[in-house]
Design a protein around this ligand. Structure first.
Ligand code: SF4
Ligand code: SF4
Length: 58
């Protein structure tokens, strides 16, 4: 399964972490990070991010 990944554009606002239905997003070093083992590729994080940082991985 494809997982979403958060780019360096992330401003660490935390909105995506609240929206993720499986709790895959945690605050990391300088930006938020998605656990690829938990992500179910729903796209909710991308939908709420103000800077479009979460992107589906190729
Ligand atoms: Fe969570 Fe969905 Fe974003 Fe994956 S795509 S990190 S499951 S909100
Ligand atoms: Fe970063 Fe966007 Fe998530 Fe905010 S919503 S923490 S800017 S990825």
């Amino acid at each position: 399964m494809v997982a979403y990944k958060i780019s360096d554009d992330c401003i660490s606002c935390g909105t995506c972490a609240e929206e993720c239905p499986v709790g895959a997003i945690k605050e990391g070093d300088g930006k938020y990070e998605i656990d690829p083992e938990k992500c179910i590729d729903c796209g909710s994080c991308a939908g709420v991010c103000p800077v479009e940082a979460p992107k589906p991985e190729e």
